[in-house]
Design a protein around this ligand. Sequence first.
Ligand code: SD4
Length: 317
Amino acid sequence: MTYGTIATWRMAHEGVIKAQDILKKQGKAGDAVETLINTVEAYPYYKSVGYGGLPNEQGIVEMDAAYMDGDSFAIGAVAGIQNVKHAVSVARSLSDEHFNSFRVGTGATQYAMQNNFEIVNMLTPRAKKIWLNRLAEMREKNLNPYDGHDTVGAITLDKQGSMAAATSTSGLFMKKAGRIGDSPLSGSGFYVDSEIGGAAATGLGEDIMKGCLSYEIVRLMGEGKSPQQACDQAVYPFIEKLKKRYGKAGEFSLVAMNHNGEWGVATNVEFTFSVGNETKAPRILMANPGPDHTTSIAPITQEWLDAYEKRIKTPIN
Ligand code: SD4
C-alpha cells in the first residue's frame, strides 16, 4: 500500500514533512494529519491558524477546526473556541463521541479545559499590533475588513489504506464575533472516505459552503474521476454558477488526494500547497487558475519563498 499527504498553503510544508515521516514508518493517517496541523498551529508567524492567529473584530481569537476519520466517517469539530493551543486536537478528541461531537463557543472551550488540552492566550503581541493597525486603517480608509485567508486543511493516506482529513483556522481576520466559516463544516471545509479519497478547502467560507465543495470533489472521485479532474469539475463551474446567480464569488482553493495517493487542486487565486507521496518527497507547488476550467501548477521559486519568509516576519510597528 502507498501513502501520501496534501495540505493547503506553503505554511503547511514543515507539517507535511512530519506527516510523511510518520506515514513512511507505518504510522496512522489520523496521527499524521493531527501532527501536521499541530505544527502549523504552534508556529507564531502564521497569522491565520492557531497561536499568533489574528483575532475577530473585538480582538478575540476565535478558532474553528475539524477532524474526520475516513474509515468510520467519525467527525469531531469545534467553532469559535478560545484560548486553546491545538484546536484540531480538541476536534479529534470529539470525533470519538457519537453525540455532542461538534461544539461551539464556551461549550467547546470548556470541553478543552475539562479534558486537559493546553490553554494559552492565543493573542500574541504581534497579532494584537496587526489588529490595532487594521482597526485604524479601516477607520481612515473605509476598507473592507475581510482580508487574509489561510486555513490549513490536509488529507493523509497511510500504508494500511486509511485516510484522514483535518482543518484549523482563526477564520477571517476581523470577522464578527461568533462568525463561523467552512472549516469545521463537513462537506464544505473537508471530507474524506478512505475507499475513495478526501478534499479540504481554504478561502471565503461563506462561499465555499454554498457549494459543499469538499464533498463534491470526493463524490466525483467516487465516480472514477482523478483528483485533478474532480477538483476542476467541482470548483470552476461552481464559481461561474455563483457569479451568475449570487452575483459574486469569493476566493477559494481546494486540495484533494485519492486512496492511491494521487492528488489534485483547484483555485481561483494564486495558491501554494505542499504535497508528498510514496514516490515523491514533500514539495511546495503553486497553483493558478488555467484556461478552460483547468489548473496550472508549477514548482515554487526560491525568490517567492524568500519573499514569503521576509513578509511573514516583517516587524510590525
Ligand atoms: C473561513 N475558510 O473561516 C476560512 C478562512 C480561510 O483560508 O480559509 N482561509 O472562512
